[in-house]
Ligand binder design. Structure first.
Ligand code: ATP
Ligand code: ZN
Length: 291
């Protein structure tokens, strides 16, 4: 029987969350002795544990039908290909970060400052595209790591690097000023032809991961409200279509409302609901979901 191949990061920021996603999708994984592969015991799936930079190549070549990788790595890879050989089939919502231009903290930055300067980055293709789109001519200096040290070392004037909290930049006297790409992890699929049985496995795995992503953001909300507030309340409920409305015994004009909210429910949302007349609001997690 055919087995699906999924490339994930072996070690690093995406490794644990990639494995967590599979776990939540009900897939049990057993590592092999080599440490290069792992095997699912209850789903026809083998994992390839590699450096994130190699994931697009593995998937593009069709060695792995699927991969989990940051959009930043994927886009940089794609810009180097004549023809796309990988497609994104799901956004996974973890590994969020931004690829940003950063300048010395004391500088009052504007885009024209980049003209004729040197920008250190691990993402030269994306940086060049951004500069070209902004009508700036500047030089990129490609570095594999420690990009944030480049200005201090006199290698470059600016950097274009990944930022999540901004702490690393700050520690090096830099501040982020322009966003080149907003990134998160994505599930990618090869564009090389795969046979019918394999395509079915891809769909089955995707249906499960879609379910995991949907449930992680979704909540089940139950509340009581006056009937005449229903329109307002339905509008406030985030990502809820057609809530269930039931009469409350012995309370004329009052109803119970139940809905699946497909977006995050914040305290602010509850306050708004209450403001609209809702009472006894319950927010419950959803364990599994198949859409
Ligand atoms: P590898 O050994 O696999 O090449 P790496 O050092 O290139 O690992 P990590 O630092 O583990 O990569 O980051 C992997 C991915 O995590 C990044 O490509 C990016 O998509 C995401 N990420 C999220 N936040 C950050 C951040 N603050 N800095 C860097 N990467 C981040
Ligand atoms: Zn890497």
């Amino acid at each position: 029987m055919s087995r699906l191949h999924l490339a994930i990061q072996k070690k690093g920021r995406l490794a644990d969350q990639s494995r967590d996603l599979l776990k939540q999708a009900g897939i049990k994984v057993q590592d092999t002795k080599t440490g290069l592969t792992a095997r699912a015991t209850n789903f026809p799936l083998d994992l390839m544990l590699v450096r994130d930079d190699d994931i697009p190549t593995f998937v593009g070549d069709g060695v792995c039908e699927l991969g989990i990788v940051g959009l930043n790595v994927l886009e940089e890879y794609r810009l180097g290909q004549d023809e796309d050989d990988v497609e994104i089939i799901a956004r996974l919502g973890f590994g969020r970060c931004k690829l940003m231009i950063a300048c010395p903290e004391s500088e009052a930055f504007d885009m024209s400052a980049l003209e004729g300067k040197r920008i250190a980055t691990s993402y030269p293709r994306m940086t060049r595209r951004f500069l070209a789109e902004s009508g700036i001519s500047a030089e990129t200096v490609t570095m594999q790591g420690a990009v944030e040290l480049a200005p201090r070392l006199g290698i470059a004037d600016y950097v274009c690097d990944l930022v999540s909290s901004g702490q690393t930049l700050e520690a090096n006297g830099l501040k982020p000023v322009e966003t080149v790409l907003e990134s998160e992890s994505v599930l990618v699929r090869t564009l090389k032809p795969i046979d019918g049985a394999m395509a079915e496995l891809v769909d089955a795995l995707k249906a499960r991961t879609d379910g995991v992503i949907a449930t992680s953001e979704s909540k089940y909300i139950v509340l009581n409200a006056p009937e005449n507030a229903l329109e307002d309340i339905t509008r406030i409920l985030p990502g809820a279509e057609a809530p269930t409305v039931m009469p409350l015994l012995g309370r004329q004009g009052q109803v119970a409302v139940q809905a699946v909210c497909q977006e995050s429910v914040f305290w602010e949302t509850l306050e708004q609901l209450k403001g609209a007349g809702a009472r006894d609001i319950l927010v419950m997690p959803i364990e599994k979901m198949m859409l």
